[in-house]
Design a protein around this ligand. Structure first.
Ligand code: PEP
Length: 272
């Protein structure tokens, strides 16, 4: 065996041991996809899946299927949530659902401020921050999405933008409430495009966000907030991305639609 092969062997062992020990939060965002038969097929495939002891798997379907999730995942390790909700408890808010309604069906997580909500439905940081507060007050874990577009990335002025999204998104909660929040860094140019950020880009940005969180909210809270990466994550790139520092897990769109692929991503993140 030559020195290159030995080096590779050592690297493989280090990678395996990192993946075997580090906890990851793996969230699948179905967006507006699937009809009932496909939802049932997915749930039948995943309901009895043994995720292992360290990773948390969360699937986020369209709201009409929450009742199926409640039924089929009753005894499952797989958790679920909603793609959006409104900050009010009840009232004349046509088309919206509340935290209480999501919780009624067993949802434990909510994606908030996804770039598709921001760009297509014109949701701003203020709206996101009110939803974050409502989730925290109602025992739903908010997954707050942030991320720059291609122009901001190219002109290298995206960091102040990311900070603004975090600061404003979290502006209506404080202290230990911040421990309930998850942040997902999702560069818009990498969502659904097949163009993933490189592990170096992810590491650099995550380290920057982590430092900001520690400076702004104190070291204990700043270190504890899970920081997910999202943007064209799949079975081929997830291992390298997982090795980037300060990556606590992934928000996955397209690759979460197939149960086998979603479970395979967890297997990879278990060091298999
Ligand atoms: C997403 O939906 O947030 C996402 C990252 O999608 P995709 O994995 O398809 O890029």
């Amino acid at each position: 065996m030559d020195s290159k092969e030995i080096e590779q062997l050592v690297r493989n062992e280090i990678v395996k041991s990192i993946l075997e020990t580090q906890e990851f939060l793996i969230v699948g965002n179905w967006k507006m996809n699937k009809l009932k038969p496909e939802v049932i097929e997915f749930l039948d495939d995943i309901a009895n899946y043994d995720c292992g002891t360290k990773n948390t798997l969360v699937v986020i379907p369209p709201n009409p299927y929450l009742y199926l999730f409640e039924d089929k995942l009753r005894f499952s390790q797989v958790l679920y949530g909603v793609q959006n909700l409104f900050s009010k408890e009840k009232g004349a808010f046509t088309g919206e659902i509340s935290c209480g309604m999501a919780r009624d069906f067993g949802a434990q997580y909510a994606i908030l401020g996804h770039s598709e909500r921001r760009t297509i439905f014109l949701e701003c940081d203020v709206i996101t921050s009110k939803k974050v507060r409502s989730c925290v007050q109602n025992q739903i874990k908010p997954i707050v999405c942030i991320g720059e577009d291609l122009n901001q990335r190219k002109s290298n002025d995206y960091k102040p933008f990311l900070i603004r999204q975090i600061k404003e998104g979290l502006s209506r909660i404080s202290g230990n409430e911040l421990l309930n929040v998850i942040i997902a860094y999702e560069p818009i140019w990498a969502i659904g495009t097949g163009e993933t950020a490189t592990p170096d880009q992810v590491e650099e940005t995550h380290m920057f966000i982590r430092k900001f969180l520690e400076d702004e909210y104190g070291s204990e809270i700043g270190k504890s907030i899970p920081l997910l990466y999202g943007g064209s994550v799949n079975t081929s790139n997830v291992k390298e991305l997982a090795l980037a520092q300060s990556v606590s897990g992934f928000l996955i769109g397209g690759a979460s639609l197939n149960a086998q692929t979603f479970m395979e991503i967890n297997e990879i993140l278990n060091g298999k």
